[in-house]
Design a protein around this ligand. Structure first.
Ligand code: GLC
Length: 431
């Protein structure tokens, strides 16, 4: 496996000895000398904000507001590809060349440990962010070894989007809570003339981070785990097999259409919006965009279904991190506070249905009126299962992607894929 060596951390030896997933240096461990207080936030002037392509159209308007208020410290938006793995790669390349081209990074919640351990991002002054007002699991995603390395900006929880009009027409009064119910609901809906040519279900099954999310969610939703409470891999189990069998079986019997094997988030959204899907697993951002599409008023969201009752989502989201190699860090810190404050994350919620880190926004009556899905989303985030919090995350996710994809495309049995994945995750991290 290709790995990179974190610098200057005594615990990196622990990773090598204990395998990819034994963290020993976990986010709540504390101790160590994780460059606490080492950063001085000096320098004022222009900066860049680096994030995946903005499919919501709300980021530039927010940057424009900042730029109006700070004409001498303007921020320029650098948009990376939509694919999470491609974003990670470009951010790592930038860090490895110690380039100052990127200032503030929109960091996927699963990369915090890797970026912090390599000292690609600076530790942040915790007291300057209102963390006590935020959902706890969201704050945890921004921490490494007890220190804050990113400002929680937007969370993400997977939800089941469904066509209310078609379910109703087929005599179904509640959205499904199990996979079996979802399939039988589809069988009923597909008999309707208006459902001609529609497929039952899609998620994100292309070989990239989205597949890691969808695979992990399926495993968790069948009562299994990818890693146990101590971070040890435990994926070669009957529960995990049932979940992978569900996905593989669904591709075989057409519940998941063949083309969904190539879907990322945006492909699934387009398919759902253009009336090709009855059910879709996706993130909250879809809620607002679908409201401007031809299925406006004809969909709602429910918790993800599972094997024998509601399932659980993977915890997603993006936090703001400060590149260690950037200039103008005093301005950058102010920008991070601005972009992630309660008012501005409420704007992202209102305009783009992005999940804010602040707890109170989920209970706001006016917001719930605009977005009835907010209570479902809050539950989804609070019950969400984090993906492994490890420095070698790139290796972990690529092992999961490889094996899940092999099973989905029929080149390996579910049993063999899980066996191989368990072995891969136990492999010592190369140094
Ligand atoms: C969303 C989530 C992120 C996840 C990605 C996978 O952007 O917020 O955490 O890794 O989807 O595609």
């Amino acid at each position: 496996m290709k790995t990179r060596t974190p610098r200057a951390f005594p615990c990196s030896a622990v990773f090598a000895a204990a395998g990819l997933l034994l963290t020993g240096c976990g986010s709540s461990g504390g101790g160590g000398s994780a460059q606490a207080g080492a950063t001085s936030f000096e320098g004022r002037g222009p900066l860049t904000y680096v994030a995946g392509k903005d499919t919501t159209g709300t980021v530039q308007p927010m940057l424009d507001r900042w730029n109006e208020l700070h004409p001498k410290e303007k921020v320029t938006f650098i948009q990376l590809p939509t694919d999470a793995d491609a974003q990670r790669q470009q951010m790592i390349q930038n860090a490895e060349t110690k380039s100052d081209a990127y200032t503030v990074l929109s960091l996927d919640v699963v990369w915090t440990s890797e970026f912090a351990a390599h000292q690609w991002i600076d530790r942040l002054p915790e007291k300057q962010f209102p963390l006590q007002k935020m959902l706890k699991p969201v704050v945890e995603t921004a921490k490494y070894r007890g220190g804050l390395y990113a400002a929680p900006a937007s969370s993400d929880g997977g939800m089941l989007y469904y066509r209310t009009d078609l379910l109703k027409k087929a005599g179904i009064t509640e959205p499904p809570t199990t996979w079996a119910q979802m399939k039988s609901d589809c069988a009923k809906v597909e008999k309707l003339p208006e459902a001609k040519g529609m497929s039952c279900y899609a998620g994100q099954f292309q070989k990239y981070e989205g597949l890691t999310v969808n695979f992990s969610e399926a495993v968790n939703s069948a009562g299994g785990v990818v890693t146990d409470a101590n971070g040890k891999p435990d994926v070669d189990t009957p529960e995990a097999k049932k979940s992978l069998d569900f996905l593989v079986g669904s591709v075989k019997d057409g519940t998941i259409p063949k083309e969904a094997i190539t879907y990322q988030e945006e492909d699934g959204r387009q398919a759902f919006q253009s009336g090709k899907l009855i059910f879709l697993r996706n993130w909250p951002y879809v809620y607002s965009l679908a409201g401007k599409s031809e299925i406006a008023g004809k969909y709602a969201v429910a918790p993800l279904p599972g094997l024998s009752g509601p399932g659980s989502s993977s915890l997603g989201g993006h936090n703001l991190a400060l590149s260690s190699f950037a200039k103008n860090k005093a301005t950058a810190l102010d920008f991070m506070k601005f972009f992630s404050n309660e008012e501005n994350t409420a704007t992202f919620l209102k305009d783009a249905s992005l999940a804010p880190p602040y707890a109170s926004l989920y209970d706001d009556k006016a917001l719930i009126k605009q977005y009835p899905y907010l209570p479902v989303l809050k539950e989804s985030i609070l019950r969400a299962v984090p993906r492994p919090r490890v420095v070698q995350y790139g290796d972990v996710t690529s092992a999961i992607q490889q094996e899940a994809y092999a099973a989905l495309t029929g080149s390996k049995s579910s049993a063999q894929a899980l066996k191989d994945l368990q072995k891969d995750l136990q492999k010592p991290a190369a140094q």
